[in-house]
Design a protein around this ligand. Structure first.
Ligand code: NAD
Length: 355
């Protein structure tokens, strides 16, 4: 057995249907008195309901979170938390709300409570991102790791099926890459395999019946495990491709992850054979060669857009992105090959099956 290093994340995690109703009990030991509830504009009403529920410990709803944390939004929020005398930021929403809370914590060291309502997984990582002049800079800092995370599957019941499907595949991508990460370890691999199994089963059920509570529970459970994977081990080619596409072309985060995963897995099909065999077993695929195709077909069942061109990517992008990736690669178990990558990204651009 290979030697490994594993460090557990110090996050207080509470998971269960209806858990939002227990929030006062969960937060009592922390004695926060001036919590700011951060949401996107779309989730403001949910934020107001939460404010009414915890009015003795919260000051206001801050509905200004947007995707990719623009620096001017973060700067304004930092001024506002200081003006309001906030003692804790509570992010209610997906990666955008949590991302804004992290940008605030980075400067102010205020603690974060996260109540995730998508499957993106940011709540389990110490990774932050801030966008300035169309460039997203990411980094890791201990102070942005949430102190408390409350997962309540009820909050995901109204997440539209299109977002649920893409966000769920975004979570699956975190787990898939954890299997062949440079610093992979047996505990995180166990979590990754369980995450993949749970998501692969629950997501089609959610697309069929968005209010299926059991499927919502399993998807959120899988998303939590996938978030732990992302927060615990390094990323590889899949995240590099998505970060390059998102940074250079502002493609939507979850949809990009969902489309690209089939191609990243295809690219790596002959690398880290042990990990690929584990992935094949988790997805019930008999031939490792077919793994990319299996994920592509899962996306089809989930009614996910199948081509990067449908997300607004220009036709010249595959060549440019292949160059960006080869010039500043992340670790990957299979070497980076410009021609192979360009050909693969061209397939992803047109939405052709990864064969
Ligand atoms: P998001 O937070 O932007 O949410 C997508 C949309 O869904 C938004 O319009 C939001 O208002 C809406 N929404 C969220 N929950 C809802 C619900 N329950 N019901 C109805 N609508 C709901 O998208 P996301 O994919 O969760 O997050 C993407 C962002 O998170 C990106 O900026 C990405 O870079 C970041 N991210 C960061 C990390 C990290 O570790 N730092 C990890 C994953 C994602």
């Amino acid at each position: 057995m290979q030697a490994f290093h594993y460090q557990a994340l110090p996050i207080d995690v509470h998971f269960g249907v209806g858990h939002l109703q227990k929030i006062q009990e969960i937060l009592r030991p922390y004695a926060y008195q001036r919590i700011l509830i951060i949401t996107t504009a779309g989730q403001q009403a949910a934020g107001e309901r939460l404010l009414a529920q915890i009015q003795d410990m919260a000051v206001a709803v801050y509905p200004h979170a947007v995707m990719h944390v623009p620096k001017e939004v973060a700067d304004q929020a930092i001024q506002d938390v200081q003006r309001l005398g906030v003692d804790c930021c509570l992010a209610l929403g997906g990666g955008s709300a949590i991302g804004l809370a992290k940008a605030i914590a980075l400067e102010t060291h205020l603690p974060i409570i996260a109540i995730p309502t998508t499957y993106a997984g940011s709540e389990m990582t110490a990774v932050y991102g801030i966008t300035e002049n169309q460039l997203k800079t990411t980094g890791k800092a201990a102070q942005v790791l949430p102190k408390v995370v409350i997962y309540d599957p009820e909050l995901t019941l109204n997440l539209p099926t299109e977002i649920s499907a893409c966000s769920g595949m975004n979570a699956m991508a975190h787990a898939v890459e954890a299997l062949y990460a440079q610093d992979k370890n047996p505990i995180v691999s166990l979590m990754a395999l369980e995450a993949i199994t749970q998501l692969a089963q629950a997501l089609p059920e959610i697309v069929q019946a968005p209010h299926n509570m059991q499927a919502r529970e399993h998807a959120l459970y899988g998303a939590w495990l996938a978030g732990v994977c992302l927060g615990s081990v390094g990323m590889a080619i899949h995240h590099k491709i998505c970060h390059s596409l998102g940074g250079r072309y502002q493609l939507p985060h979850a949809q990009t992850h969902a489309i690209v995963l089939a191609y990243s897995v295809y690219y790596n099909r002959h690398a880290d054979i042990a990990a690929m065999n584990q992935l094949a077993a988790a997805l019930n695929v008999s031939d490792r060669e077919q793994l990319g195709l299996a994920i592509y077909q899962l996306n089809q069942r989930l009614n996910i857009p199948m081509a990067l061109k449908d997300l607004g990517l220009p036709e010249t992008a595959p060549a440019q992105v292949a160059r960006i990736i080869c010039d500043s690669p992340y670790y990957n178990p299979h070497e980076y090959d410009y021609a192979e990558l360009e050909a693969l990204l061209t397939k992803a651009y047109w939405g052709q099956a990864p064969l």
